[in-house]
Design a protein around this ligand. Structure first.
Ligand SMILES: *Cc1c(COP(=O)(O)O)cnc(C)c1O
Length: 404
């Protein structure tokens, strides 16, 4: 086999659609970029986005925010998180998740992950008993959905509330029920690398009118909460409008305008991501030494990235694999690295948290590799990427280990 080389860019997203650009330009021409800066009879782009996103997901309420992390903080504050209160969350997640808990004044309690990259229910139940936590901020990290029936049963039985972090599951579902509809609130991100792209941005959804009214006030609605469409009526704000602080973090009209156009092709894009995922998965799944996390039939996922376990036995082998792929143009991240790099860090690097041994998660992360699948890649690109990974793994695992 000749040398395989891929020349695509793993962080290159698709361009913003022309129609979205035109809308953004007309918002800018109007000068009215603030969501509450509307003229008589005008409904803001932001209120329309909230309403359209709520319809798309099948929920009543949606609030557009400055970022996904801000939406998470706001959901926790609106829930009524008390200073220093423990908040359960996945150990395998991205740093803004424990950061949001910290920012809202809570104390993250990290829960073990399974080899299929979902929350470990045994560890979850034990941590509920150990800490008496009232809330789980569940991160569907890299789009892997846990058995949501089992999670909800356990939380119901223990009286624990659920907030979902759906940064990687916009468009995903469990047994036909959309991710983001299982808890008292859920948060999505529209940051560039997620499933819709407004540079930065977040969406908080809920079916709970009291929690949601507090979230709207917290986001900085002043006395304009009546301008929201996907929101409860004035009654819901009655007892709380003067006791809820304004923690300013609204979305602006330019971002909302470009997201409204993108929402229309989101379902189509989910299919396109999954075609790409399938191409890579099929190419690498039979390779000796590779294991892909199970994807249960009940899970409909969005394949905007792919993860696999590779039977590397040392840091040397893992970095050798990353280097060989890199040389051929394929950018893999390894979750077992000692030092954080780029966006990839693990609980071992979040040293503002108290030490908590997570031996199961550490073992799993040591053999775990991760790769983005932007829509700018063709299916042919994805097959080539798969072939490069396969070739590189064969070389690394064929080499006699230096310890022998
Ligand atoms: C990106 C991300 C967030 C935070 O979203 P931002 O919009 O970047 O603040 C939260 N959770 C996960 C898993 C993410 O990947």
């Amino acid at each position: 086999m000749g040398e395989l080389i891929f020349t695509g860019n793993f962080t290159q997203q698709e361009a913003i659609p022309e129609e979205a650009i035109n809308r953004a330009v007309s918002v800018m021409r109007s000068g009215r970029l603030h969501r509450y800066n509307t003229v008589e009879g005008e409904v803001s782009e932001t209120a329309l986005l909230e309403s359209e996103f709520a319809d798309w997901l099948g929920v009543d309420y949606c609030l557009a925010c400055a970022s996904g992390g801000y939406a998470l903080q706001t959901a926790l504050r609106a829930f009524g998180l008390r200073p220093g209160e423990p908040v359960l969350t996945n150990a395998f997640t991205l740093s803004p998740v424990p950061g949001a808990i910290w920012g809202a004044g809570g104390m993250p309690v990290l829960i073990e992950t399974t080899p299929d990259l979902v929350i470990d229910l045994g560890s979850l139940e034990k941590s509920i008993s150990d800490t008496g936590a009232r809330i789980l901020l569940m991160s569907h990290m890299r789009g892997h959905l846990a058995d949501m029936d089992a999670v909800c049963d356990l939380l119901d039985r223990r009286g624990v509330a659920l907030i979902e972090d759906c940064a990687h599951t916009m468009g995903a579902s469990w047994r036909g029920r959309a991710s983001g509809t299982f808890g008292i609130a859920a948060c999505f991100s529209t940051q560039t690398y997620k499933h819709m792209n407004s540079g930065e941005g977040g969406l908080l959804v809920s079916q709970d009118s009291a929690l949601f009214a507090r979230a709207v006030l917290l986001s900085g609605s002043y006395m304009f909460y009546g301008h929201h469409l996907a929101a409860p009526g004035a009654d819901a704000y009655a007892g709380v409008q003067f006791t809820t602080p304004n923690c300013s973090g609204r979305m602006d009209e330019v971002r909302a305008a470009i997201l409204r156009v993108q929402l229309r092709t989101l379902n189509e894009n989910v299919e396109r991501w999954n075609e790409r995922y399938k191409c890579v998965a099929e190419t690498i799944s039979g390779v000796q030494g590779i294991r892909l996390p199970a994807r249960p039939n009940d899970e409909r996922f969005v394949g905007s990235s792919i993860q696999f376990h590779c039977a590397v036995t040392s840091e040397e082998e893992a970095t050798d694999l990353v280097k060989r792929c890199r040389k051929r143009g394929v950018v893999l991240k390894w979750f077992g690295a000692d030092a954080p790099s780029g966006y990839t860090s693990t609980h071992l690097h979040w040293n503002y948290l108290p030490d908590r041994p997570l031996p199961q998660t550490d073992t799993i992360l040591r053999t775990l590799f991760d790769m983005r699948l932007p829509l700018t890649f063709s299916l042919e690109d994805c097959r080539l990427i798969g072939a490069i990974i396969k070739q590189s793994i064969n070389e690394v695992l064929a080499k006699p280990s230096s310890a022998e």
